[in-house]
Design a protein around this ligand. Structure first.
Ligand SMILES: [Ca+2]
Length: 400
């Protein structure tokens, strides 16, 4: 009796905010799990591993809720980098680097990734192992596969999680992570774990939670695999010369480093840029009044880890300072404000009416929206940096 009513209560709690029909949804969930099990068995997982992992499994309502939340505001450079690259995080990164110097140097020799970058990813992903997430990974990724629109992506993640279990790297109750299934010190998704994980301490298991050698080697292996090449850093702060054509500061425009140097671009502090021809871009993350950066090819490798420009910039800036490099010299403007989704949608609609924007009205400040912002800035005689300041938004709203 008690068990029945308790189960019923849980089913209700699960369904009230998420599912229209508890009975149908439960059977859908079960059949979705069976499909995942079949695919896992095709990939060599023993059926009993899937049965054990899925036994009594229910969708996690919290995960569905978190997945449906969309950010209300776009982040500003000042806020994002300020939060991600604190003095404390730099200091602790330096400490961790010193403590792990010899293995990190060895890994650099093997994979070509400098120690400060491994420390920076570690610091930003989990605050050096401080918060790795407490969600049951199998439950999270199975919920996302079966209860959201991203079935294909998360079905595969669930299959890969089952492969991790079948290889005895971890047990299901131990395998915990973020609500979206990112695991361990470096927050690897199950597919990343399976593809790039390294059992560096050779105890027979890849353990990204408790073994720092495994975590560091896996991160190095992953970063090399997604394009990191020894040599240049990911990005550096630069000074732009007076009269620099702002429409060239666009991540879709690439020129050899030497071409930027010939235009008068110098490293912040006025040292010369490296004399190489690597393709590179100029980024103004807070508009022309803020800092400028040159993005080298390794910036793309960092973005292959996480497709956010601000994330990649934060990793780069943190890495540079962990290695004892200077902080960013140019301050972002104090009046830069995050734009709400609503404001960006309004902006996109207005730019679309002016035929400057033809892409989707999605409330996201992507490269196409920035291009349209540039076109309107040129039209009204503002510096064309593609960065919508509060003043820009006001002027766009006032036009008729
Ligand atoms: Ca190991």
């Amino acid at each position: 009796m008690f068990r029945l009513s308790r189960r019923f209560a849980i089913a209700l709690a699960t369904t009230s905010s998420v599912l229209a029909s508890p009975v149908l949804a439960q059977s859908d969930f079960a059949s979705c799990l069976q499909d995942i099990k079949a695919e896992a068995m095709r990939q060599g997982v023993d059926g009993s591993v899937a049965d054990r992992a899925f036994q009594g499994l229910t969708p996690d309502r919290k995960v569905v809720d978190l997945d449906s939340r969309q950010p209300e505001f776009s982040l500003t450079y000042a806020k994002y980098v300020g939060n991600s690259v604190s003095a404390d995080r730099i200091a602790r990164g330096q400490q961790r680097l010193a403590q792990n110097r010899s293995i990190l140097d060895t890994l650099q020799g093997q994979y070509g990734v400098p120690p400060q970058y491994i420390m920076a990813f570690w610091g930003i992903e989990t605050n050096y192992g401080g918060y790795m997430g407490d969600f049951l990974v199998v439950r999270s990724v199975a919920t996302l596969a079966c209860m959201t629109k991203r079935r294909e992506f998360f079905s595969n993640e669930t299959v890969q999680a089952l492969r991790i279990l079948s290889l005895n790297h971890m047990t299901s109750p131990q395998m915990r992570g973020s609500w979206a299934g990112a695991m361990g010190n470096m927050q690897f998704m199950p597919s990343t774990f399976m593809k790039w994980g390294v059992d560096y301490d050779r105890n027979g298991r890849i353990d990204l939670w408790h073994s720092l050698p495994d975590a560091f080697a896996s991160a190095s292996n992953f970063l090399r695999g997604i394009g990191w090449k020894p040599g240049l850093p990911a990005a550096e702060e630069v000074f732009l010369p007076q009269g620099f054509p702002l429409d060239q500061a666009d991540t879709t425009i690439e020129k050899p480093v030497s071409a930027w140097a010939a235009m008068g671009v110098r490293k912040a502090g006025n040292a010369a840029l490296p004399t190489v021809d690597a393709p590179s871009s100029i980024l103004l993350p807070a508009g022309f009044r803020g800092p400028a950066f040159i993005l080298y090819p390794n910036f793309k490798a960092v973005m292959n880890w996480n497709r956010s420009t601000l994330y990649a910039l934060a990793v780069t800036i943190l890495a540079q300072q962990i290695a004892g490099g200077p902080p960013v010299m140019q301050m972002p403007p104090a009046d830069d404000e995050p734009l709400s989704r609503e404001t960006v949608i309004d902006m996109q609609n207005r730019l679309a009416r002016l035929t400057l924007y033809t892409d989707e009205i999605d409330g996201l400040l992507g490269p196409k929206t920035r291009s349209a912002v540039r076109l309107y800035q040129k039209r009204i005689g503002m510096p064309a940096d593609g960065h919508p300041t509060p003043e820009f938004v006001r002027r766009l709203q006032q036009q008729r």
